[in-house]
Design a protein around this ligand. Structure first.
Ligand code: COA
Length: 260
């Protein structure tokens, strides 16, 4: 499938989506959002794809936000619809059954930060800059920024970032838990692939159920969350990989996981 604003590539077991509007710092217009959604729906079907990287084209920007050209033409009802539809796509990413990592190679602002926060993990190059600058445009985040940022970095820090519109550097984003790791730009993709390779060496059903338990559990009370975990733990015990993993440990050998 060919797209106008994204590039897709399958590199061994990893599906790489590169948002490709470098002349606009990879700003997310509606078509780019739908192309990301379409590409991910396709990737979900292939069993040999075990993880996804989302990154931006060029050296300057991951995504510099929603497309302000498009945004400026929105009506109130149109803006609400846009927000709801975008949130559905970000929800699809958050609930993707295989790990999705944002490899952040520069500006990660507004809708870009919201896209990155919907991914399961965020890895940044040391030149990356983060922020929710919507307040500078007289608006608030509309793609889950007020919700996911507070959940990731805590209420006080989220309020400061959203109310000030300030940008923070990758080191600060790392310090407050917004990104998992920071690397030099030339190592960003290879280090992201290394992390995915570690995950691919584990039992894929256990990876999938872990994602489900963490994602769904965070929206529940602790009591409900641990109940969900117990159910998924029991389900996981029914897999061949669970037998293989435990027996291999007892036999002092490396497990041979099959994904079943
Ligand atoms: N939407 C649409 N176009 C955007 C954009 C966005 N979010 N961010 C950058 N661009 C465009 C610029 O208009 C410019 O296009 P042009 O060359 O046709 O004029 C091009 O990308 C390069 O951006 P420029 O501003 O010249 O780069 P810079 O290095 O001087 O500044 C930023 C970089 C990120 C600080 C600045 O582009 C910016 O503030 N962008 C908007 C960020 C934002 O508010 N995002 C939240 C949107 S809700």
């Amino acid at each position: 499938m060919t797209f106008q604003f994204i590039l897709t590539e399958k590199k061994e077991q990893t599906f790489i989506i590169t948002i490709n509007r470098p002349d606009k710092l990879n700003a997310l217009n509606w078509q780019t959002m739908t192309e990301i959604h379409t590409a991910l729906k396709e990737a979900k079907q292939f069993e040999d794809i075990r993880g996804v990287i989302i990154t931006g084209a060029g050296e300057k920007s991951f995504v510099a936000g929603a497309d302000i050209q498009e945004l400026s033409r929105n009506t109130p009802v149109g803006a609400k619809d846009f927000a709801l539809q975008s949130q559905e796509i970000l929800g699809f990413i958050e609930n993707f059954p295989k790990p999705v990592i944002a490899a952040i190679n520069g500006f990660c602002l507004g809708g870009g930060c919201e896209l990155a926060m919907a991914c399961h993990m965020r890895i940044a190059s040391d030149n990356a800059k983060f922020g929710q600058p919507e307040v500078n445009l007289g608006i608030i985040p509309g793609n889950g920024g007020t919700q996911r940022l507070a959940r990731l970095v805590g209420k006080g820090r989220a309020i400061e970032l959203i109310l000030s519109g300030n940008m923070i550097k990758a080191t600060e984003a790392h310090r407050i838990g917004l990104v998992n790791h920071v690397y030099e730009p030339e190592n960003l993709i290879s280090e992201t692939q290394n992390l995915l390779a570690t995950i691919y060496s584990k039992a894929s059903v256990a990876v999938k159920l872990s994602l489900e338990a963490i994602n769904h559990g965070l929206e529940l009370t602790l009591e409900e969350g641990v109940q969900l975990e117990a159910n998924l733990f029991g389900l996981c015990m029914s897999t061949e990989d669970a037998k293989e993993g435990t027996i291999a440990f007892l036999e002092k050998r490396k497990p041979q996981f099959k994904g079943i």
